[in-house]
Write a protein that binds this ligand. Structure first.
Ligand code: HEM
Ligand SMILES: *[C@@H]1O[C@H](CO)[C@@H](O)[C@H](O)[C@H]1NC(C)=O
Ligand SMILES: *[C@@H]1O[C@H](CO)[C@@H](O)[C@H](O)[C@H]1NC(C)=O
Ligand SMILES: *[C@@H]1O[C@H](CO)[C@@H](O)[C@H](O)[C@H]1NC(C)=O
Ligand SMILES: *[C@@H]1O[C@H](CO)[C@@H](O)[C@H](O)[C@H]1NC(C)=O
Ligand SMILES: *[C@@H]1O[C@H](CO)[C@@H](O)[C@H](O)[C@H]1NC(C)=O
Ligand SMILES: *[C@@H]1O[C@H](CO)[C@@H](O)[C@H](O)[C@H]1NC(C)=O
Ligand SMILES: *[C@@H]1O[C@H](CO)[C@@H](O)[C@H](O)[C@H]1NC(C)=O
Ligand SMILES: *[C@@H]1O[C@H](CO)[C@@H](O)[C@H](O)[C@H]1NC(C)=O
Ligand SMILES: *[C@@H]1O[C@H](CO)[C@@H](O)[C@H](O)[C@H]1NC(C)=O
Ligand SMILES: *[C@@H]1O[C@H](CO)[C@@H](O)[C@H](O)[C@H]1NC(C)=O
Ligand SMILES: *[C@@H]1O[C@H](CO)[C@@H](O)[C@H](O)[C@H]1NC(C)=O
Length: 516
């Protein structure tokens, strides 16, 4: 069916109740980002946090190279951020760094490693720039630091941005003007560097004029010399070593005999060490000062970007909850309820749930294996319920001992059918998304939007190709729904989830399926 044929009957769809993208709560993006933090380990883990667990881990190569993924993530976000210009609102966290990996000012494997790690995780709801922000928060909290609040909604750049990352040889004046251009004062700049250089190392392989070849050993082949004695802990050891003149004395960017490369010494002593002394005296709260400044860094975005609210853990969360048809063609409502618990709030033995259709409470019991993260333990309660009268299915409620019950809005007027939607990859790497959508009691096809993450040149970051008003073909009926099928082929797939969305005439999403 063509686009023009669809225009007239849009009014039929406008009667759909305004449920926020049903089945992801409170919306798709928030639900997915929350899962990265809360579903960290164990059953149904999203796997992101594993890359920095333990914190010494290098996920992009052999451990003997002597690199650290957590440190790389923080450095890469700094390099992406610092070319923001407050003067015109351009740049900031937009993943333009992916196009800038070969610049001398971004030397090292970190830019490629990081953007490539995000590659098969990027989808229409979380781009590379949001992953950069997430990664800073994950790295810091997973390495003993505080929780840095995260917002989503960044927009990925489609090409490289301006130059302007300070290097060890950059003059103090130029360094301060680069930070200043990005909105950071002299003391902000000093603090930000002191906070960043508690992690990781300077590598001979990257900065041979700072670190000599003697740093290379069989299990440190890149020749890394750590900034302090705890390179995988987010702490103030580097600050203390600098002021006290002990240990690594603040690191090789302070102590290198190559005076032009003593960038940390130049910056730290540019206010007669006043900022470093103040940080030294903060003791335990140093990391909180850093968290606040890191949050400012990751929230420095191009001025056209509107960030979401801060994303917080959800105690009661429907996961993978959706309508579908079973093998007999009956409508079912399936998914899991995830309960987040801690020592003082234990997960119930069972939950009950009711729907707006039927007040009889159904018992649901948990899976044997749960998950865990720094936020607590998760227990998953799968459910699968026939829906006899979809027109009256507008909400469901979850009740459990010791947890506050919650009611979630649903809309059953139209949905993407999970069991009849899939991705297929051709031998040349291109992907085709095939889908079925269902509309209750109407022969009018819904408006379908498909989003597919594909390879683009000059960066490991994917481009999300968006196909609006995808043509669909009538494909019979099931359980009172008219079915329509369609398919879209795109470029070389990065293996991120594709997305099939049903939208209304204004582009608002009525139902979204993330296709694995
Ligand atoms: C004047 C500003 C800065 C200069 C000149 C500078 C310079 C450097 C250099 C030369 C390295 C070694 C990279 C390698 O050999 O792999 C490094 C590493 C690092 N930098 Fe900076 N940096 C600056 C500011 C910052 C800031 C503001 C942050 C964070 C907010 C940061 C975070 C890091 C981290 C985490 C590492 C360790 C990376 C790893 O171990 O792979 N840097 N920096
Ligand atoms: C689409 O949904 C939004 C949000 O519910 C609503 O404000 C808008 O009026 C709807 N547009 C149409 C054409 O139905
Ligand atoms: C949700 O779906 C994803 C993708 O199929 C799967 O990996 C995950 O384990 C599911 N989660 C739950 C709680 O069923
Ligand atoms: C980054 O990856 C690209 C593509 O493989 C490669 O051409 C480039 O040399 C890499 N850059 C660095 C600094 O590793
Ligand atoms: C300091 O930097 C600014 C901006 O980069 C530049 O205009 C100015 O000439 C520099 N001053 C000195 C003394 O280098
Ligand atoms: C490197 O190997 C040496 C000798 O096997 C060992 O003593 C040392 O702890 C290792 N260092 C790291 C960082 O793994
Ligand atoms: C110091 O480092 C600079 C920049 O990398 C380099 O040009 C210079 O040769 C080095 N000087 C010495 C004495 O090693
Ligand atoms: C700042 O502290 C460092 C390290 O203790 C010291 O080498 C340097 O001379 C101090 N600079 C100033 C201006 O006080
Ligand atoms: C964990 O316990 C604290 C203290 O009782 C409580 O305030 C908090 O809401 C609990 N969190 C979750 C996720 O259950
Ligand atoms: C998570 O579960 C483990 C194993 O049952 C338990 O030891 C631990 O105390 C739990 N942690 C929280 C925060 O509930
Ligand atoms: C409500 O659900 C119960 C339990 O599944 C079932 O026995 C009953 O027939 C349902 N009532 C209606 C009106 O659907
Ligand atoms: C379809 O619409 C008709 C007329 O509005 C109604 O009587 C019927 O119950 C509806 N069927 C379903 C499955 O909702």
């Amino acid at each position: 069916m063509s686009f023009s044929k669809l225009i007239a009957p849009y009014f039929a769809l406008s009667a759909i109740p305004a449920a926020s993208a049903a089945f992801f709560y409170p919306n798709v993006q928030t639900s997915l980002v929350e899962g990265i933090f809360v579903d960290a380990h164990g059953a149904h883990a999203t796997g992101f946090v594993d890359a920095v667990t333990p914190c010494t881990r290098y996920v992009s190569g052999a451990a003997t190279v002597g690199r650290e993924t957590a440190a790389q993530w923080v450095r890469v976000s700094f390099h992406d951020f610092v070319t923001h210009h407050t003067s015109d609102g351009s740049g900031g966290l937009d993943a333009s760094i992916g196009f800038e990996a070969d610049r001398a000012e971004n030397a090292g494997a970190a830019m490629n490693d990081t953007i490539r790690f995000f590659r098969n995780r990027v989808n229409a709801k979380i781009g590379s720039a949001d992953f950069l922000a997430l990664s800073v928060s994950v790295a810091v909290q997973n390495c003993g630091g505080p929780i840095i609040p995260v917002r989503a909604g960044r927009i990925d750049a489609t090409g490289p941005g301006p130059f302007g990352v300070p290097a060890p040889t950059t003059t103090l004046n130029d360094t301060l003007s680069m930070f200043g251009g990005a909105g950071m004062s002299q003391s902000d700049a000093i603090t930000l560097v002191a906070c960043g250089h508690t992690f990781g190392a300077v590598h001979h392989g990257v900065f041979p004029d700072v670190v000599g070849p003697d740093a290379i050993t069989p299990n440190n082949t890149a020749g890394g010399v750590n900034f302090d004695d705890s390179p995988a802990v987010f702490d103030d050891h580097n600050v203390h070593a600098y002021i006290d003149g002990t240990g690594a004395k603040g690191g090789t960017l302070v102590t290198t005999p190559n005076v032009t490369s003593q960038s940390d010494l130049r910056l730290f002593s540019s206010d007669n060490n006043a900022t470093l002394l103040a940080l030294y005296n903060e003791q335990g709260s140093f990391v909180n000062t850093c968290a606040t400044l890191f949050q400012r860094m990751i929230e420095t975005v191009p001025s056209n970007v509107v960030l979401s609210d801060v994303i917080t853990p959800q105690t009661l969360k429907p996961v993978n909850s959706t309508l579908d048809f079973d093998t007999n063609g009956n409508l079912i409502f399936t998914g899991s309820i995830r309960v987040l618990s801690n020592e003082s709030a234990v997960a119930p033995e069972s939950l009950t749930h009711t729907t707006s259709l039927n007040s009889t409470a159904l018992n649901i019991t948990p899976e044997d294996e749960g998950g865990y993260s720094i936020y607590g333990n998760t227990t998953f309660y799968p459910f699968n319920q026939p829906i006899s009268k979809p027109s009256a299915f507008t909400s469901f409620s979850v009740i459990g001992s010791g947890i506050s019950s919650e009611t979630f809005a649903v809309q059953a007027q139209t949905f993407v059918v999970p069991s009849a939607s899939s991705n297929s990859e051709s031998e040349d790497g291109t992907v085709t998304v095939s889908f079925t959508v269902a509309v209750l009691n109407s022969s009018t096809a819904p408006i379908v939007k498909v989003s597919i993450p594909v390879v683009q040149p000059n960066t490991f970051g994917p481009l999300v190709e968006i196909f609006n008003n995808v043509a669909v073909t009538a494909a019979g009926t099931k359980a009172g729904y008219s079915l329509f099928t369609g398919s879209v082929s795109a470029g070389v797939w990065t293996h991120g989830t594709t997305e099939v969305a049903i939208v209304n005439g204004s582009g608002n999403e009525l139902d979204v399926l993330m296709v694995v």
